[in-house]
Design a protein around this ligand. Structure first.
Ligand code: ADP
Length: 200
């Protein structure tokens, strides 16, 4: 049987780092950031639906999505964001299901999804892993490593599910406020546990 592992965490928490470590160990990782880009590629039905709902102004002249233009609309308008999600989320879910089936009957499949909580996807996972750090650590890493301003980092964090909302669905919490070496060890221990549960 496949063990379905949901992996999430706030922006800058270290989720991608954990995902890469699990992939090194042998997990099949489904990257939802990538899926979110794939479903709005030119020719995809979701892109046509977005252009119909939000107007041709959200497309660039080469027919690709103008992300900043769409982002500016949905960031300030909750109803618009819901409409966008109603278009993209089902397409993302369908692709994730296809990739999971393609991975075969056995093994550990990690759904690496920054919006696991927001998409209500936790209930479809056997195990939910949340990477957690205090908000100030998120901000410091985003400013240090992604050249974000502190205000921008705060705004992005505020737009996501809260730490408490993520904790509420977590089976395992990875505290990533220590060093990267500590993270490597913690993920190694988690992997061993996942392998044991997938075998039982
Ligand atoms: P996320 O995918 O959650 O947004 P990343 O895995 O990209 O976060 O991590 C954000 C940044 O913090 C990256 O530059 C990463 O290298 C760095 N990072 C991750 N874990 C640690 C850690 N324990 N100590 C210091 N920096 C870390």
């Amino acid at each position: 049987m496949t063990l379905r592992v949901g992996l999430t965490g706030g922006i800058g928490s270290g989720k991608s780092t954990v995902s890469a470590l699990l992939r090194e160990r042998g997990a099949v990782v489904i990257d939802y950031d990538q899926l979110a880009r794939d479903v709005v590629a030119p020719g995809q039905p979701a892109l046509a639906a977005i252009a119909q709902r939000f107007g041709e102004g959200v497309l660039l002249s080469d027919g690709t999505l103008n992300r900043p233009a769409l982002g500016a609309i949905v960031f300030t308008d909750a109803a618009a964001r819901e409409d966008l999600e109603a278009i993209t989320h089902p397409a993302i879910r369908d692709r994730a299901t296809q990739l999971e089936h393609a991975a075969g009957e056995d093994g550990i499949v990690v759904h690496d999804n920054p919006l696991l909580v927001e998409m209500g996807a936790a209930e479809h996972c056997d195990v939910v892993v949340v990477v957690d750090v205090p908000e100030q650590v998120q901000i410091d890493r985003l400013v240090r490593d992604r050249q974000m301003s502190e205000d921008d980092a705060r705004a992005r964090i505020a737009a996501q599910a809260s730490r408490a909302q993520r904790m509420a669905v977590a089976d395992h919490v990875i505290d990533n406020s220590g060093t990267k070496n500590e993270l490597v060890r913690t993920v190694g221990g988690l992997w061993d546990e996942l392998v044991r549960s997938s075998a039982s």
